[in-house]
Design a protein around this ligand. Structure first.
Ligand code: ADP
Ligand code: MG
Length: 240
């Protein structure tokens, strides 16, 4: 479903991604971790072309990401993304935030979009918050609205970039629970997170990045039980 081969990227003189190779099968869950500044966000942002790469190939569900706007549009339609900052529209209610994409981008009728939005608010367990504005919701509720908003576009792939790192500790599990349910439903996912309990529960593949490189790729048993590189060992000691 997602293939990156030999991907390199520079910000000016600074090489942020160095020969990135990953392969994510349909239904696979990949969890990416690594120190701050190692290139995790940049890597997953390349997958929906929020960032452009300069070398190598990125193929998403059979479509190669090139400068061709049609390819970029096709890939964006299949890939949902959830960020650390929820990026909800503050002047729209929860349900209006969910309806916006289907109505604007998919030309869905407001009635159908509302039904779909209700369905996904139910799925993230906050149907009763539909008519509240983001400012009236807790951080955990806002992040669940953001996840539901992505799901309303019915993506085939979901990318998560540290979705719980801006949350108060008591709200982290309500978001991870929703992500776990999504994983169990068969969604193809790449999650950048340092929530290692979640990683152990859902990951098929663990990736450790450092200084723009993928240092380690392994199944969770091997990754947590016997990491090969010293960099990865040190990192795990710090966060576990
Ligand atoms: P991570 O998500 O692992 O913390 P990022 O992908 O955000 O890492 O950033 C990797 C490196 O690239 C960092 O050194 C960061 O400062 C740099 N960087 C990120 N975005 C930009 C940008 N738009 N311009 C220049 N440098 C950037
Ligand atoms: Mg990041």
């Amino acid at each position: 479903m997602i293939e990156m081969s030999g991907v390199c990227k520079w910000f000016g003189e600074f090489q942020v991604l160095k020969d990135i190779n990953i392969s994510v099968a349909t239904g696979e869950k990949m969890v990416v971790c690594g120190p701050s500044g190692s290139g995790k966000s940049t890597m997953i942002r390349c997958i929906n072309r929020l960032e452009t790469h300069q070398k190598g190939r990125i193929v998403v569900d059979g479509t190669e990401l090139t400068d061709d706007a049609r390819n970029i549009g096709a890939v964006r339609g299949e890939v949902g993304m959830v960020f650390q900052q929820f990026n909800l529209f503050p002047h729209l209610t929860a349900i209006e935030n969910l309806m916006l994409g289907p109505v604007r981008a998919r030309k869905m009728s407001r009635k159908d979009a509302r039904e779909r939005a209700e369905f996904y608010l139910e799925r993230v367990h906050i149907p009763e918050q539909a008519d509240k504005y983001p400012g009236q919701l807790s951080g955990g509720q806002q992040q669940r609205v953001a996840i539901a908003r992505s799901l309303c576009m019915e993506p085939r792939i979901m990318l998560f970039d540290e979705p719980t790192s801006a949350l108060d500790p008591e709200m982290i599990s309500e978001v991870l629970d929703v992500m776990t349910e999504l994983a169990d439903s068969g969604m193809t996912m790449i999650c950048v997170t340092h929530e290692m309990g979640f990683a152990k529960r859902v990951a098929d593949t663990m990736v450790f990045m450092d200084a723009g490189e993928i240092v380690e790729t392994a199944d969770p048993g091997t990754f947590f039980g016997s990491p090969r590189s010293d960099r990865c060992k040190r990192f795990l000691q710090q966060i576990l």
